[in-house]
Design a protein around this ligand. Structure first.
Ligand SMILES: C[C@H](CCC[C@H](C)C(=O)SCCNC(=O)CCNC(=O)[C@H](O)C(C)(C)COP(=O)(O)OP(=O)(O)OC[C@H]1O[C@@H](n2cnc3c(N)ncnc32)[C@H](O)[C@@H]1OP(=O)(O)O)[C@H]1CC[C@H]2[C@@H]3[C@H](O)C[C@@H]4C[C@H](O)CC[C@]4(C)[C@H]3C[C@H](O)[C@]12C
Length: 382
């Protein structure tokens, strides 16, 4: 796999950093998640392929163990508020001094500088600060956050993984590590570059929800079918729009021009009325195999059995029967091989990882009895 041999230490976080760690693990990195001790519960639902070490970083001995792990690693990934790592003596200066090849990835909402750097926040706040949230939502409605996909995952976890891969690539030339400052505000804004760079085209001149790609245009929207399901329509280009009209059995001569913005409400009413006359399956049969850019809106339960997704193996079932998306993109020679086993319990791999990193059995027992580490391999065997 592309990242085989890369050793990553991920400090347990909420959503973006776990996703970043999972991407790295899917593509072959050996990812160790460092969890808190004392019966902490994991909130990591993105733990595929990771191992867990339970380590008390509030104790200097725990800090020393962490440093020893980092000396032998390529990447450390930390998702805490600015200053938290430094307070524990684990800031980039401390760790890079001991391992100059280390890539120190910081994944926060507001970045490491600026007046918001230390503030708590979540995806919706970062999305708001990126400018994107102001553009999301239906006409005459308040801004609407599309789950926590844009800032947490696209602008955060994925962007940080990209930064790590870039830093690994650069290190292969320079031999040096570096610090990555991932701000989810900036990551989300960067993902939204299209919005910025296409403003001059007039694509976003109208209020929220009234532009071509934000559900303003009737040919770029969803429509309810007679069985209460939905179809997604993305027929932008005239030749594809014509196929939409044909599939709906409408006559273009009876309709206003596609790009006549003032007629969009009327056109939407027509499409709404027609889509409501057939089931989703019926519309799918009509539009499948055409270039009308019309597809069913599939639920998470339906995607697995869709013939196209099945043909590509786009989703897979792990050993627990849990379905999730296959890692993307697909590399021809060194594709990702997602782990099929269950997620780790907190501390399940403390002992084996410490041994792998050169700790003696007696040292491990001392750390255990002092409450610096926790070992939960017994729980894993139950
Ligand atoms: C799904 C829910 C998650 C939603 C995601 C949400 C929408 C997001 O946007 S996530 C993005 C959040 N932002 C960031 O990550 C930006 C950077 N980080 C921060 O800004 C902050 O970390 C913070 C604001 C997110 C949190 O601040 P906090 O004050 O808590 O922490 P920090 O200041 O960063 O300091 C960390 C402290 O921790 C200490 N530490 C760290 N490691 C160790 C260690 N090994 N040993 C000792 N100490 C350690 C460190 O020293 C710091 O200490 P100090 O403060 O003293 O300095 C999910 C949200 C809730 C989940 C549910 C819940 O958990 C209950 C169930 C649990 C169960 O297991 C699963 C089901 C749950 C219902 C669960 C379900 C979901 O997962 C949630 C709903």
């Amino acid at each position: 796999m592309a990242l085989a041999g890369v050793r990553v230490i991920e400090l347990a976080g909420l959503a973006p950093a776990p996703f970043c760690g999972m991407i790295l693990a899917d593509f072959g990195a050996r990812v160790i998640r460092v969890d808190r001790t004392k019966g902490a519960m994991t909130v990591d639902t993105q733990a595929r392929g990771k191992r867990s070490v339970a380590l008390n970083l509030k104790n200097p001995k725990g800090v020393a163990v962490f440093k020893r792990l980092c000396v032998q690693s390529d990447v450390v990934l930390e998702p805490y508020r600015k200053g938290v790592m430094e307070k524990m003596g684990l800031g980039p200066e401390d760790l890079l001094k001991e391992n100059p090849r280390l890539i120190y990835a910081r994944l926060t909402g507001y970045g490491q500088s600026g007046s918001y750097a230390k503030a708590a926040g979540h995806d919706i706040n970062y999305l708001a600060m990126s400018g994107l949230l102001s553009m999301l939502g239906r006409s005459s409605e308040k801004p609407y956050a599309p789950l926590n996909l844009v800032a947490d995952f696209a602008g955060g976890g994925l962007m940080c993984a990209f930064g790590i891969v870039l830093a690994l690539l650069e290190r292969s030339r320079s031999g040096q590590g570096q610090i990555i400052d991932t701000s989810m505000v900036e990551g989300a804004a960067y993902v939204g570059s299209f919005m910025w760079k296409s403003r001059s085209l007039g694509l976003w001149n109208r209020p929220r929800g009234e532009n071509m790609l934000d559900s303003g245009a009737p040919f770029y929207d969803t429509y309810c079918t007679s069985d209460g399901k939905y179809m997604a329509v993305g027929a932008i280009e005239p030749q594809f729009y014509q196929q939409l009209i044909k599939g709906l059995a409408l006559d273009d001569a009876d309709l206003p021009a596609q790009m006549s913005v003032s007629d969009w409400p009327q056109l939407r009413q027509t499409f709404t009325r027609v889509f409501a006359t057939k089931t989703q399956a019926e519309w799918s049969r009509i539009f499948d195999g055409t270039d009308a850019c019309v597809t069913p809106v599939l639920s998470l339960d339906e995607v697995l059995s869709h013939p196209h997704n099945q043909a590509r193996g786009s989703f897979f079932k792990d050993s627990q029967g849990e379905i999730s998306p296959r890692p993307a993109p697909v590399l021809s020679r060194s594709p990702a091989e997602p782990c099929h086993s269950r997620d780790p319990f907190i501390g399940e791999h403390t002992r084996s990882v410490l041994k792998e990193y050169g700790f003696e059995q007696a040292q491990i027992e001392q750390l255990l009895s002092a409450g610096i580490i926790e070992c939960n391999e017994a729980k894993a065997r139950l």
